[in-house]
Design a protein around this ligand. Structure first.
Ligand SMILES: [Zn+2]
Ligand SMILES: [Zn+2]
Length: 227
């Protein structure tokens, strides 16, 4: 086993289950020293709708979103707090483009996705320009590294400045940047799980959800590595 972050070999005792069913052993997991870098979000100590940590009830942002989208409150689940350590990991993976890091959270992602078995798993798309620049869609890549089958329901029609270079106001004002893909006939009656790497304002996911709702899905939820 290799650590999906520092790439060092992991030597650890196997659980009985892993000895009896060796195929359960993942190729990648986090080593102990890398695991402690990331702060898991505690569901008991975070917003029940968007996973923002440090609040016990519906956060202010979700209240505003729910006024704007009274018919479709978006339930979002995230694994880790977006803190300095996560930002550093994301910088190496996404901006520096270290493709090996798609394996970092494979075990955690696989576990989470068990809660969404009947869902179509749809990564937030990149524009062609961004894809060409980075060489991979960071969200699709971490899902596939976890063995999760993805269905591309959206395409990104317009290219704009990276979200990270915009301030909050500019991000919230962004026009609908997505369009439906050729797979849109799959949406009707299905549960859809939208996936992004990070939930920042929630604007991106709601743009995506807006478009998917026009095709009559049964439900739409969302998931990100960090919030
Ligand atoms: Zn490590
Ligand atoms: Zn919230």
């Amino acid at each position: 086993m290799i650590c999906g972050y520092c790439q060092r070999k992991i030597i650890r005792n196997l659980a009985v289950k892993e000895i009896v069913f060796p195929w359960l052993l993942a190729d990648f997991e986090l080593c102990d020293s890398c695991r402690v870098l990331f702060a898991a979000i505690d569901p008991a100590d975070s917003c029940p709708q968007c996973s923002r940590s440090g609040v016990k009830e519906l956060c202010g942002d979700c209240r505003i979103w729910n006024e704007q989208y009274p018919e479709h409150p978006l339930m979002h689940n995230a694994l880790f707090c977006y803190d300095e350590s996560f930002a550093e990991w994301l910088g190496r993976y996404k901006f520096y483009g270290d493709y090996r890091l798609r394996h970092t959270f494979a075990t955690e992602v696989r576990q989470q996705m068990r809660n969404y078995r009947k869902n179509l798993i749809c990564p937030i798309p990149l524009s062609q320009e961004r894809f060409a620049e980075r060489g991979f869609n960071q969200t699709t890549a971490f899902l596939q590294a976890a063995g999760i089958r993805t269905t591309e329901l959206l395409i990104r029609s317009c290219h704009s400045e990276p979200q990270s270079k915009k301030d909050r106001q500019a991000r919230l004002a962004l026009q609908q940047p997505y369009a439906l893909s050729d797979n849109s006939h799959l949406i009707a009656g299905r549960k859809i799980l939208l996936i992004d790497d990070v939930y920042t304002t929630g604007r991106t996911l709601r743009h995506a959800a807006d478009l998917l709702w026009t095709q009559g899905p049964a439900a739409i939820g969302s998931f990100s590595l960090a919030r």
